[in-house]
Design a protein around this ligand. Structure first.
Ligand code: IPM
Ligand code: MG
Length: 354
């Protein structure tokens, strides 16, 4: 097969993790007889420096005409005071591609148990969670701005709002994922306070009849944070809003050992998907060949599975990463061997080739 992929290296460690993921994909191409046609485009701070615009139209056009997009990371202190920050490009490309469901798996590798901040007894039965985060709505995209408040001075506001359609479409994806797993779906919200959360509850409950095998539960987000720490094994699939999903997915990534390992897939109505590690641009690690490339490499695996319909190729990457980790290899965040970014990737590639 021939695949057209847009690569968006971005900022910080993004260019390094993308370079390694590209090597892994080329190894997959060689092994399985596929041709990858990569197009690299600018995004984030790199795009601001080159064009003044964090999300140039050319980048958007390239993404929309590809089969899938693999993104590194965006942002850094250099651009913190820009009128249009690099992060705006990330939100912009998610919106432009209409990838409203962000799948964030958190799975514990048995050999990494000691890298988890949780005690052994809490995770001895394994952790295997998928957070389905709504990605193109809510407070990230709601009405915002400044308004005058005569008594208290300047006032800034952001709005959380969700339409029925926005909730239903992401909830259906979460149900479908739950059906293929343990049939357990937990809606995380703040329905004791927020009107929008109450609409989430109504819709998620209403459409449960279309997925009769799935058992739905509801949990307030504060309790969910606590429960993830006290007993992460109780969760299978979590569905939640954009901001709650952002917060809880960092927590679930830390629980399984390192945020450097956590991939994500953002999907919508069509096969076109956006794939990115959930870690940020980690400016302090950038350019040193020390960051963990696994988050982006595992995102490339999700890309093969969800956008390119290449399941055995996806599994080949996941098995190679798991095997390298189980053998003790890894970067400083997950291994006492403290391998460099490229050395760890070499280990992964050598396992794909066999
Ligand atoms: C993430 C990141 C982004 C988000 C930032 C960089 C805008 O934290 O993908 O989790 O909040 O969505
Ligand atoms: Mg985040």
């Amino acid at each position: 097969m021939k695949y057209n992929i847009t690569l968006l290296p971005g900022d910080g460690i993004g260019p390094e993790t993308i370079a390694q993921a590209k090597r892994v994909l080329l190894a997959i191409g060689e092994k399985f007889g596929h041709e990858f046609n990569f197009k690299e485009e600018l995004i984030g701070g790199a795009a601001i420096d080159a064009t003044g615009d964090p999300l140039p139209q050319e980048t958007v056009d390239s993404c929309l005409s590809s089969q899938a997009v693999l993104l590194g990371s965006v942002g850094g202190p250099k651009w913190d005071d820009c009128p249009r920050r690099p992060e705006a490009a990330l939100l912009g490309i998610r919106k432009a591609m209409n990838v409203y469901a962000n799948l964030r798996p958190a799975k514990l590798y048995p050999s990494l148990t000691h890298f988890s901040p949780l005690k052994d007894e809490k995770i001895k039965n394994g952790v295997d969670i998928i957070i389905v985060r709504e990605l193109t709505g809510g407070i990230y995209f709601g009405d915002r701005g400044y308004r005058n408040n005569k008594t208290f001075g300047r006032e800034a506001y952001d709005t959380e709002s969700y339409s029925e359609l926005e909730i239903e479409r992401v909830a259906r994806i979460a149900y479908e994922i739950a059906e293929k797993r343990q049939n357990k779906l937990c809606l995380v919200d703040k329905a004791n306070v927020l009107e929008s959360s109450r609409l989430w509850r109504k819709i998620v409950t209403d459409i449960n009849e279309d997925y009769p095998t799935v058992q739905v539960s509801e949990m307030f987000v504060d309790n969910a944070a606590m429960q993830l720490c006290l007993d992460p094994t109780q969760f299978d699939v979590i569905v939640t809003s954009n901001m709650f999903g952002d917060i809880l997915s960092d927590l679930s990534a830390a629980i399984v050992g390192s945020i450097g390992l956590a991939p994500s897939a953002s999907v919508g109505e069509t096969g076109l998907g956006l794939y990115e590690a959930i870690h940020g641009s980690a400016p302090t690690l950038a350019g040193k060949n020390v960051c963990n490339p696994a988050g982006t490499i595992l995102s490339a695996a999700l890309m093969l599975r969800h956008s390119l319909n290449a399941e055995k190729e996806a599994s080949a990457i996941e098995n190679a990463v798991a095997s390298a980790i189980e053998c003790g290899f890894g970067t400083q965040d997950i291994s006492s061997m403290k391998q460099s970014t490229s050395e760890f990737t070499d280990e992964i590639i050598s396992r794909i080739k066999v």
